[in-house]
Design a protein around this ligand. Structure first.
Ligand code: MF3
Ligand code: CO
Length: 278
């Protein structure tokens, strides 16, 4: 198991700059989502944001070193039954679809990584809109738990408990997890979205992690397509994904990929915002 990269407050301030590029990209890509738009057109919006910011993509070319198809986009655009890692292409979004947008940026050598799921048009079903809302709140529940967590799996357990107390059953995807982030996009530790508390590495100031639950309206099982990337639900049920990059400081948290640093959602959950965030 590789060691966890702990960052100084100065390094976390540098990571915030990457996080802001990511949130800008997600905001612009989300605004571009509409019926009739292709997933490749959304990726192009992300590409322009990176160019404008002088940032590099965390995703483009990823995987080349393990001999799989290098990732060809700057964002993962995952409609409906696609859980994660949807390759941007000519797929046309339709009214009533949902789409997850996952985006990463490298600035000054530091990575940021976040994802949002949005409705396409105005006819998304109430059940599917609720899937998005629960996935978003599961992510914030995990972030809040990071503050009180002694160990990493306390976050996992908080996410699972939040999802399982909903009036409806959701599939919690097991095959993909949150992760540490810093000078690389995927670093130690992994952060599963389910599990018993009291396991895994200790949560310490200087940790920066991505918390990213993936939920489905059906079963939890997923299948990877033979393009090496696209992950779909085995039962073709719709899936949602919500992710933020979060830093742990001595005096609070800082959500690096949110415009307000997480201030509003953290306050609503009684979690302090780190002093360097304001
Ligand atoms: N952002 C994804 C994650 O949250 C990974 C993207 S895969 C890539 O872990 F190939 F596109 F980089
Ligand atoms: Co991630």
């Amino acid at each position: 198991m590789s060691r966890i990269q702990l960052k100084t407050p100065e390094q976390i301030i540098a990571m915030r700059q990457a996080g802001l590029v990511v949130q800008q990209g997600l905001a612009e890509m989300s605004a571009a989502v509409a019926p009739g738009v292709t997933t490749a057109e959304i990726d192009a919006v992300g590409r322009a944001v990176l160019a404008e910011a002088g940032a590099k993509s965390s995703f483009f070319g990823y995987g080349a070193e393990w001999g799989i198809t290098p990732y060809p986009g700057v964002a993962c655009i995952s409609p409906n039954e696609v859980v994660v890692h949807g390759i941007p292409d000519g797929r046309v979004l339709a009214d009533g679809d949902i789409v997850s947008i996952d985006f990463g940026a490298i600035l000054g050598g530091w990575h940021g990584d976040a994802a949002r799921t949005v409705a396409v048009g105005s006819t998304v079903s109430a059940e599917t809109a609720e899937l998005i809302a629960v996935t978003r709140k599961a992510a914030w529940t995990g972030i809040a738990a990071l503050w009180s967590a002694a160990q990493v799996s306390d976050v996992s357990n908080a996410i699972q408990r939040y999802v399982e107390k909903q009036p409806r059953r959701y599939g919690i995807v097991r095959g993909y997890t949150g992760h540490g982030i810093g000078t690389e996009m995927h670093m130690s530790p992994d952060i599963p979205n389910h599990g018993r508390p009291g396991r895994g590495p200790r949560v310490l100031p200087g940790m920066v992690v991505c918390i990213e639950p993936m939920l489905t309206l059906g079963k939890q099982e997923t299948v990877e397509l033979d393009d090496d990337w696209t992950v779909v639900t085995r039962d073709s049920s719709p899936a949602a994904h919500w992710e933020n990059t979060v830093a742990v400081l001595e005096d609070g948290l800082w959500v690096l990929t949110e415009p307000d640093g997480g201030a509003a959602e953290l306050a609503a959950r009684g979690v302090p915002l780190a002093g360097i965030a304001s």
